[in-house]
Write a protein that binds this ligand. Structure first.
Ligand SMILES: NC(=O)c1ccc[n+]([C@@H]2O[C@H](COP(=O)([O-])OP(=O)(O)OC[C@H]3O[C@@H](n4cnc5c(N)ncnc54)[C@H](O)[C@@H]3O)[C@@H](O)[C@H]2O)c1
Length: 247
């Protein structure tokens, strides 16, 4: 029996990378999936491939979030799961970060996650076994070094907010956050590889497993936290990071 049979799940950022891999896995596991992304064309391509629904959204815009969530609920006949995988990255450090960059990063990564949860929560509360999985980052637990100031702040925010919301939505909805290490996606394509196309050694040597992850390895962890196999798990920040943050 597939692990998500009958589930109705919204995946933001579902057009690319971790969200895309999660959309494919969830459909394989029997879920109806609404692929929400600001890239409408790429979302439509994923939705076509998995037999899901594509809906354009800017997660940082409250009106856009409200109408996208309403459209997803109509398309699927309800919503009982949410994966917040939409996000942006910046490597800029303290002195290179502008106020605009900082505000924009928090607007998408933190406010976007908040707005999605706020819009979906009333639907999730009516459903049995409802779940939310946010995507934080290992850098929100332990920064890798200097740089990425706004991004690190945003991911620390997502992790802390997840725990607060897990308390607020309990016992109706389980809320967890996955904290990836480096994952091979379009987000990291430009900086985790060096000029020869190899993973930058300075990044990879931080990982006990000496490699970056494939997005499917993150999708598997997100599946665990979404399906009934994790029915007694809420409020956790799960590192899926090849052993970067445990030591
Ligand atoms: N790739 C990594 O190494 C890594 C590591 C740690 C955490 N993460 C986190 O995982 C999540 C997914 O990252 P990814 O690597 O798959 O990136 P990605 O760039 O491949 O995908 C991100 C998706 O989010 C969408 N998006 C961006 N802003 C949006 C907005 N305002 N509204 C709606 N959609 C928007 C993009 O269009 C894109 O489809 C992000 O939160 C990222 O910070 C990634």
């Amino acid at each position: 029996m597939a692990r998500l049979t009958g589930r109705k799940i919204i995946i933001t950022g579902g057009a690319s990378g971790i969200g895309r891999a999660t959309a494919h896995l969830f459909a394989t596991e029997g879920a109806a999936v609404a692929v929400l992304d600001r890239s409408a064309e790429a979302a439509a391509e994923v939705a076509r491939a998995i037999g899901g629904t594509a809906i354009a959204v800017d997660v940082a815009d409250p009106a856009s979030v409200d109408s996208a969530v309403a459209a997803a609920a109509v398309a699927m006949g309800g919503v009982d799961g949410l994966v917040n995988a939409a996000g942006i990255f910046s490597a800029a450090g303290l002195l290179d970060s502008t106020a605009d960059l900082f505000t924009r990063t928090l607007a998408i990564n933190v406010t976007g996650t908040f707005l999605m949860i706020q819009a979906v929560a009333p639907l999730l509360r009516q459903a049995a076994g409802a779940t939310i999985v946010n995507i934080g980052s290992g850098v929100g637990l332990t920064p890798t070094g200097p740089g990425s100031t706004a991004y690190v702040a945003s991911k620390g925010g997502v992790i802390a907010m997840t725990k607060a919301i897990a308390m607020e939505l309990a016992p109706d909805v389980r809320v967890n956050v996955v904290c990836p290490g480096a994952v091979e996606t379009p987000m990291t394509a430009g900086f985790i590889r060096d000029s020869s196309g190899e993973f930058a050694r300075g990044i990879i040597r931080r990982y006990a497993l000496e490699r970056a992850a494939q997005p499917e390895e993150l999708a598997a962890a997100i599946l665990f936290l979404t399906c009934a196999e994790s029915s007694f798990v809420t409020g956790i920040a799960l590192p899926v990071d090849g052993g970067r943050t445990f030591h």
